[in-house]
Ligand binder design. Structure first.
Ligand code: AMP
Ligand code: MG
Length: 407
């Protein structure tokens, strides 16, 4: 199969995401445990928000059209309501931030803009109120019954606050999808074993498990498979009931790269088997179709070099995992930043250059970390993202605006 561009590969994943049937498995969780989960029900405003005309300042409620010194007739704090008569001409009532504006008042003058005695309030000449000043009208933020959050969004602290404000003490969220993680390679040993000089520890299982957890899934780690048909077949079969299978290693063109062959023998179909990117060129995306006993299983064969595994998982596999978790239109996270130092690459492929961001109030800068390629986990750990260098670009000068894939 021909190599395709990075954009084509992202589009293909998105196309297949669009074919997924809607999620139905739901569990109810307390709001305190809902962070990071995907909402499975709409959340409605239970009443107008704000539920009363709310003073936005500490100050004095007035009728904006009145003139001159106001007579101070009372005080309302947050949590109270003015029980007296509606504000009459020339009157004012002291109000605190968050208090309901008394009936008859149409503006609040900030404390800082008046001279007040126990009986009178004089508004300074350059702060004469206009109707509406510092009063949030009832229902301005939401009307009772409005949809505030839709099913399919991932709950961040902002959505948690909104859910709390409408009394959603428990929420329906989708159950988390299981992603099986299978490293392949004769050279691999588990992290708790001492590798012989010619062996290496299996780090890919762990980066993938961590990514799965971070993106809302439940990782199921399998022991690494050997580079033999029998071992691959056995392990892949064990993983068959997971919705997503993340393989690492064994997808290049080498003699012992048997992952694709074995998947084919199991009936897999492939949507791409190589992308014009570096690192990660041999990445494979496919699917085992549903059978009488199993639902369809989405498969990513990720190249074994640890940085390739991470970058291709971020670009292609995590959006699929998030979609399986019920998230609507998940995408890899890209930001734009200003390049702090020149970057030079060989053109021809879309490159992902390990880089460190430094953000301040008015600028996001990014600089390559000087990594030694797709096996360099130490260099990779000094980065927090990857500068995306388009295939037709050989060098980027300091000051250039670049796209960065975030981790
Ligand atoms: P492969 O894609 O199988 O050709 O592997 C490419 C490189 O990545 C080789 O140097 C492997 O030893 C290394 N590698 C493969 N799988 C893993 C793994 N699970 N953990 C760490 N390194 C790996
Ligand atoms: Mg290998």
């Amino acid at each position: 199969m021909a190599l395709i561009t990075c954009q084509e590969a992202l589009d293909l994943v998105a196309t297949h995401i669009a074919t997924l049937s809607p999620r139905t498995d739901v569990e109810r969780v307390p709001l305190e445990q809902a962070l990071g989960r995907v909402l499975a029900e709409p959340i409605y405003a239970d009443r107008d928000q704000p539920p009363f005309p709310r003073s936005a300042r500490d100050g004095y409620a007035v009728r904006a059209a009145d003139h001159g010194v106001r007579r101070l007739v009372g005080s309302v704090r947050a949590g109270e309501i003015w029980m007296g008569a509606p504000l009459a001409e020339g009157e004012t009532i002291e109000v605190m931030t968050g208090a309901p504006a008394p009936d008859g008042a149409d503006a609040v003058v900030m404390l800082e803009h008046v001279e007040a005695t126990a009986a009178e309030v004089r508004i300074s000449g350059n702060h004469l109120p206009r109707a509406g000043d510092n009063v949030v009208p009832r229902g301005q933020e939401a009307r009772a019954g409005d949809v505030l959050l839709r099913a399919g969004i991932r709950l961040t602290p902002a959505e948690i606050a909104l859910a709390a404000s409408v009394g959603a003490a428990e929420l329906d969220v989708y159950t988390q999808p299981v992603a099986a993680v299978l490293a392949t390679g004769d050279e691999l040993v588990a992290v708790n074993r001492t590798p012989a000089p010619h062996q290496i520890r299996d780090s890919n299982s762990h980066v993938l498990a961590a990514l799965v957890s971070q993106h809302g899934g439940v990782p199921r780690l399998l022991p690494p498979a050997l580079d033999t048909r029998e071992s691959l077949l056995e392990h892949i079969t064990t993983a068959r009931d997971a919705r997503l299978l993340l393989l690492s290693g064994g997808v290049s063109a080498g003699k012992y790269d048997l992952v694709e062959d074995v998947l084919l023998s199991l009936g897999a179909e492939f949507y791409f088997t190589g992308v014009l990117i570096q690192p990660g060129k041999p990445v494979v995306f496919g699917r085992l179709p549903a059978t009488d006993t199993h639902s369809e299983q989405w498969i990513f064969g990720l190249p074994g070099n640890p940085v390739s595994t991470l970058v291709t998982a971020l670009l292609f596999a995590m959006p699929m995992l998030q979609a399986l978790g019920g998230e609507l239109s998940p995408q890899p996270r890209f930001v734009q930043a200003t390049l702090a130092a020149a970057v030079k690459v060989r053109p021809g492929l879309t490159r992902f250059v390990a880089a460190k961001l430094s953000s301040s109030l008015h600028a996001v800068k990014v600089e390559a970390v000087g990594s030694h390629g797709s096996g360099d986990l130490a260099g990779n750990a000094r980065a927090d993202g990857y500068i995306v260098v388009p295939p037709d670009v050989e060098s980027l000068a300091p000051g250039a605006t670049v796209t960065v894939l975030l981790r």
